[in-house]
Design a protein around this ligand. Sequence first.
Ligand code: DX5
Ligand code: ZN
Length: 217
Amino acid sequence: MAKIAPSLLSADFANLEGEIRKIEAGGAEYLHLDVMDGNYVPNISFGAPVIAKLRDKTDLIFDVHLMIEKPERYIENFVKAGADIITIHQEASLHLHRTIQEIKSHGVKAGVSLNPATPIESLKYVIDDIDLILIMSVNPGFGGQSFIPTMIEKIKETRSFIDKHNPQIILEVDGGIKLDNVQEIVKAGADLIVAGSAIFGADDVVERTKEFYNLIV
Ligand code: DX5
Ligand code: ZN
């Protein structure tokens, strides 16, 4: 069964604890945390100190998505902050295999994200080492963008790739996911659905989280 990972990027940054309580009440098990450095992506969001403070407030699974250059510099910081999953970008880490090993050496799940134009085959030689693949269905950097339609085909190809090479891997999809396209994305093979503006932009965040779950069960 697919699951929802609400992205805190679209939440009210002045009331993060309150926002977390709402998605918990809606049934979420994951919290997607988008870290942006203003270099790998044009935007800046928040870093490890914010995540560490939130760790004291909730038992949600912390799904940390690092959109930063040379993420190998900061793995330990995010482990200490309480990440359960650390996902780095294939395009951002020169020695990808080494960075994956470092994440895993801390007992944390290792994910690799691919931008829309990066082929799934780029993960062929690390497929046995990773726990999660994150397919970006928008160009990373901002919430509220539109889903890129060709990513449906990429999700299907990634599903086959995972089933063939390492079926344990979680297939996560991130960007432009709304109530009206989530079912198609799950049908294409996604296990974990990131939704930011579609959840935290809703008038009733608790109800909207439940609506997402009702559509994918
Ligand atoms: C984009 C981030 C996403 C973002 C998704 O770079 O990685 O996680 O929060 O936002 P929506 O769901 O609004 O497209
Ligand atoms: Zn993300």
